[in-house]
Design a protein around this ligand. Sequence first.
Ligand code: 13P
Length: 252
Amino acid sequence: MRQKIVAGNWKMNKNLDEAKVLIKELKKELKDGLREDKRVVIAPSFVNLHYAAKKTKKSSIEVAAQNMHQAKSGAFTGEVSADMLTNIGVNIVILGHSERREYFGETDELLAEKVDAALANGLEVIFCFGELLEDRKSGNHFTVVESQVKKALFHLKEEAFKNIILAYEPVWAIGTGETATPEQAQEIHAFVRELFVKEYGNKTADAISILYGGSVKPSNAEEIFSKPDVDGGLIGGAALKAEDFVLIIKSI
Ligand code: 13P
């Protein structure tokens, strides 16, 4: 069954003291649990993951990492492996975020390796993709999105997609206050789902959740989430305030 998911990507925000406060507030707000087909995920920084995973264990909040290294272990100073994540109770990882692609040079090929490593270690992947402003202006957005999705994911077997969540995040809408219109989001989501229909068939395509990310706020969430191929959101700035994040969760 396709799931409705609201995930908060905290990026490089919240030290441990601040994370403690936000997690406490979220737990309080969500203490009554969630409907069966709904999921709420938070992705704090690496240093706060252990705390977050422990504190949310008995709640309806799940915890994701924002990145991981593709190797099992070894001399990779400053990096974190899949095993280190699962060992502390983190079972989801965000991969392919445009900030990782842009500032840390992550390529589609590297992301394919990271996806493989994550899945091999039993992690679920939130895989992000999305075009730059210049791609959209030149009308290349479909080509860019298709290439990102195919290069990082289409070597996988059909059953792997049980553990993959997609997130369309147009780069021009991230942190800019400029949201894609619900129609623009729906258009790309339907296009991507169709890529899955062609490659893997209807069953896989229907079951995969496709989240939208980019300036989602309490004021626009409901309209975006009302589109048939939008299965939730990956939220940046608005996930840093419990009140806003909870309003977004409620609007799904
Ligand atoms: P904003 O919601 O701050 O635009 O960020 C979106 C995002 O990049 C989530 O991963």
